[in-house]
Design a protein around this ligand. Structure first.
Ligand code: PLP
Length: 442
């Protein structure tokens, strides 16, 4: 397909005239027009290329235009493009089987949704029906999606204008660098955050709480890798008080942390913890077709053996999405793409980002694993005051001018390339960050 700069201009004009954008005041937007992409690179209509170290919305884990995923979608389109969820469909069963093989023996079924928000919506619904309770506890530092209960469960600013649903209670999770608990070590942070959570459970009334919903590693909130013992402590509290534990792996799942799921990656360095329900989307098929879902264990699935599950979606288990999951997971397995994310994380990004932090005091903390890293940018390393939006904006503009598509959230630069990123691309990315930080007038 040959597209010209005129097509780029038309795309921009049609967008500005007719497309209403997410999470934005519409008037001042100047969206970048992307013409195409391959692997970790995207390009515009004028021939400028960019290293995509955002993976878009941290979802293109397999990289852009992976041929195996594109071919799987083509093949399924020739067979059957759509079918209602009530029918059995081979691609749907095979996609569910592949997801369950990776999640572990504790899980037996998958409920497919259109994306991450409705995955959380349905996980909360299952927990409420399973326990007969209604409250859901989740973290202030979280994002769980933009539908009724999912946005009410979200902790960040996006919840506030949308808070119509009741029965949602928030708590502070651990974040040693900006501790809410006056902790001075990760162990202290973990213990005090667990004490706080238990007090919230008791004060709300344990018998009213259906679920604790947490991102295994809070993503948009700052890639907050939990300190040792925290997830095991949450698991113990859920067990003590009969609460369903839901891990939202929408952003951190399917390769991002260097394992299939974040709870498995963390289990290699800390006490292994298995949740009751897992929600997923993004990396499962890298967003080539919209899809998400809930991974369910037998003890919750069985509740709905004789009782109707009161939930469903026209496009649940859509054949094109299912084919893209099969294509993506098989390619990730066959090409060692998850292992690549782990290796790139420990051998290249971890030392490379720490070297940048040693050089530039504006980088207050480096945290993460796999291809899931955050640089916490500060005006002053001693007070840890967040870097001003003006300087964050200047850094972003510089990175773009150097050919890097970055991911920023508040005062943080998230380093989140696709899992397929090559050593050469990481070296180029680190050099671009270096040049951009050197140019910052702090
Ligand atoms: N959960 C987490 C952790 C996310 O990061 C997101 C999206 O960024 C969602 C849920 C919502 O997913 P979606 O936008 O597909 O509805």
């Amino acid at each position: 397909v040959n597209l010209s700069p005129d097509d780029g201009q038309l795309a921009y004009e049609l967008d500005r005239a007719h497309v209403f954008h997410s999470w934005s005041a519409q008037a001042a937007l100047t969206p970048m027009v992307i013409a195409g992409g391959l692997g970790s690179t995207v390009w515009d209509f004028d021939g400028n290329t960019y290293l995509d170290f955002s993976s878009q919305l941290v979802n293109v884990n397999i990289g852009h235009q992976h041929p195996a995923v594109v071919a799987a979608i083509h093949t399924q389109a020739d067979i059957l493009t759509t079918i209602a969820p009530a029918h059995a469909n081979l691609a749907r069963g095979q996609a569910a089987q592949r997801i369950l093989e990776r999640a572990g023996d504790e899980f037996s079924k998958v409920f497919f949704t259109n994306g991450g928000a409705d995955a959380n919506e349905n996980a909360m619904r299952m927990a409420r029906l399973y326990t007969g309770r209604d409250k859901v506890l989740s973290m202030y530092r979280s994002y769980h999606g933009n539908t009724g209960s999912a946005v009410a469960a979200t902790g960040d600013w996006r919840r506030v204008p949308n808070e119509y649903a009741r029965a949602h209670v928030h708590f502070f999770g651990p974040f040693a660098y900006r501790s809410e608990f006056w902790a001075t070590t990760p162990e202290e942070e973990s213990a005090r955050a667990l004490h706080h959570l238990e007090r919230v459970i008791q004060a709300e009334g344990a018998n009213s709480i259906a679920a604790i919903l947490i991102e295994t590693i809070p993503g948009t909130a700052g890639i907050l890798v939990p300190p040792p013992g925290y997830l095991a402590g949450v698991r113990a509290l859920a067990d003590t008080y009969g609460i369903v534990l839901i891990f939202d792996e929408v952003m951190c799942g399917f390769g991002r942390t260097g394992g299939w799921f974040a709870f498995q990656s963390l289990g290699l360095v800390d006490e292994p913890v298995v949740p009751d329900l897992i929600t997923f989307a993004k990396g499962v098929n890298s967003g080539y077709v919209p899809v998400g879902g809930v991974i369910i264990p037998p003890f919750i699935a069985e509740v709905f053996d004789e009782t109707v599950f009161p939930g469903g979606l026209t496009y649940s288990g859509h054949p094109l999405a299912m084919a893209s999951i099969i294509g993506a997971l098989d390619a990730m397995e066959n090409e060692g793409i998850v292992d690549n994310a782990a290796r790139v994380g420990s051998e290249l990004l971890e030392p490379g980002l720490h070297a940048l932090a040693a050089k530039y005091p504006v980088i207050g903390e480096v945290r993460g694993l796999g291809v899931f890293w955050a640089l916490d940018l500060v005006a002053d390393p001693t007070t840890r005051e967040p870097l001003s939006p003006t300087l964050v904006g200047a850094l972003k503009a510089k990175l773009l001018s150097l050919g890097m598509l970055p991911f920023f959230a508040d005062n943080r630069l998230h380093v989140v390339p696709p899992c397929v990123v090559t050593d050469d691309e990481v070296a180029r990315g680190l050099a671009i960050y270096d040049e951009a930080f050197a140019s910052l007038d702090v």
